[in-house]
Design a protein around this ligand. Structure first.
Ligand code: ADP
Length: 418
């Protein structure tokens, strides 16, 4: 050092702190305490140094040497600004000056990214806390410097990962949204297509059915037995096709959320009679007894046509899957605020493991209903949707070879509560 005055004072501070180990009694005790303090200081992983009013280093622990790459001799008396990046030195001198006006224990440069500069000029991130140390009326400052290189690197790694994940997530979300839009568009196109196709197909079918009926009535002249048989086939298949088209139209409307109920108050027992009348012919051809066990004489506030559709679907299945000479019946009773309806048959039944699947689209029970394949597998899913739209539930109880019973529970709503 080229400043003898300063060097002396530093030497004096060093001497004051680390006493002669050969000192006597009390001093030795003190010295051993001091040596413990000294070890404590040197064992600290943080660089701890004391700076005098002129900004010169007066005391330091070993970590300062390790951290900044100077020897102890080089550090003692060195202006602390040398440990600050060259670009910050000017500002640092000012900060030191301002600290003397309000010296207290506090972190340095809160909110700033502080850096230290090693002897070789390399920089590293640090965290510094300052505390005043008054010595003979002169203000010294103790600085505790922590090298936060690893912490910063960790933070940077986490930030990079977070940014990477966020970017990936954003991309995935965008892709997902685009896919969703595509699916929605395809779905609505499908619905529109089905709706318009069904409409287009229904019109000529009505013509086919109407004229076939006229011909079978033989008002335009007699038909041979063979011609009558042919007309029968045409009518049967045309009606089946119409049913299929209606069901496809229904399911596409339901899936598009476009099926709305038109509720009205109507006489339920009359509705049951009408549905039974519609199935009577089909039942008679198989010698099946149709019974009406309805005890509910009140009115139902629901979509009359849809309730008829529900009952007709279930009754039609019951007759379809019941062999010659069997029985089919409708039961209905009021229980509290709900109407319990059962459509029962003594037919072929449904195996237990198949029962949950029959409400799925296009599902038809395998072997057991083999031979009876004129259905579409859409009747029950549509029925279930319609029941649920009415706020009701549908369930099945069935035993193969004994028969099935489809149970509906419909809430009895009052017109004025709607
Ligand atoms: P389908 O047009 O084939 O009748 P559904 O959706 O109405 O379609 O019924 C699905 C399947 O559930 C039927 O194919 C049949 O296997 C079975 N099923 C429905 N009702 C009965 C019943 N009453 N008895 C026996 N099986 C039935």
């Amino acid at each position: 050092m080229t400043q003898p005055k300063f060097s002396n004072s530093v030497a004096a501070r060093e001497k004051m702190t680390f006493r002669d180990p050969n000192a006597s009694g009390a001093t030795r005790q003190e010295s051993s305490l001091e040596s413990r303090y000294r070890k404590l200081l040197h064992a600290a992983p943080d660089a701890i140094l004391e700076v005098n009013e002129e900004g010169r280093i007066t005391l330091l622990n070993e970590a300062v040497e390790r951290m900044f790459g100077y020897t102890r001799a080089e550090l003692l008396g060195l202006n602390v600004d040398s440990l600050v990046p060259a670009s910050m030195r000017h500002g640092h001198a000012q900060h030191r000056a301002s600290y003397t006006t309000k010296p207290n224990t506090r972190p340095m440069g809160t909110g700033l990214e502080l850096q230290g500069q090693r002897k070789d000029g390399s920089l590293f991130p640090v965290e510094i806390s300052l505390s005043p140390n008054w010595i003979d009326g002169a203000l010294h400052v103790i600085a505790s410097v922590r090298d936060i290189t690893e912490r910063k690197a960790g933070e940077n790694r986490i930030r990079t990962l977070r940014e990477q994940y966020t970017a990936e997530l954003t991309l995935k979300n965008e892709q997902l949204e685009a896919r969703n839009r595509e699916v929605e568009r395809a779905n609505s196109l499908k619905t529109e297509f089905l709706a318009s196709m069904s409409h287009e197909l229904r019109t000529p079918l009505h013509t086919i059915i109407g004229f076939s009926e006229l011909l079978t009535e033989q008002l335009e002249g007699p038909l041979t037995e063979k011609q009558q048989r042919f007309m029968g086939h045409i009518l049967q298949d045309a009606r089946h096709l119409l049913e299929l088209i209606n069901e496809i139209l229904d399911i596409s409307k339901i899936e598009a959320g476009r099926l709305e109920l038109k509720r009205e108050s109507f006489n339920f027992s009359q509705c049951v009679e009408e549905v039974l009348a519609g199935s009577r012919h089909q039942a008679a051809t198989k010698n099946i007894t149709l019974e009406n066990k309805n005890t509910f004489q009140g009115s139902l506030y629901a979509d009359r046509l849809r309730i008829k559709e529900i009952l007709y679907n279930l009754l039609n299945n019951a007759v379809k899957f019941t062999p010659e000479g069997g029985r089919v019946w409708i039961e209905a009773t009021r229980e509290g605020d709900a109407l319990h309806i059962s459509i029962c048959d003594t037919g072929i039944g449904i195996p237990e493991k198949e029962q949950p699947s029959i409400f799925e689209k296009f599902y038809q029970v395998g072997d057991i209903t083999g031979g009876v394949r004129e259905g579409t597998g859409l009747g029950l899913p549509i029925t279930k949707h319609l029941v649920e739209l009415h706020g009701g539930t549908i369930s099945v109880a069935s035993h193969p070879g004994k028969g099935s019973s489809f149970r509906l529970v419909l809430p009895l709503l009052q017109e004025q509560t709607q």
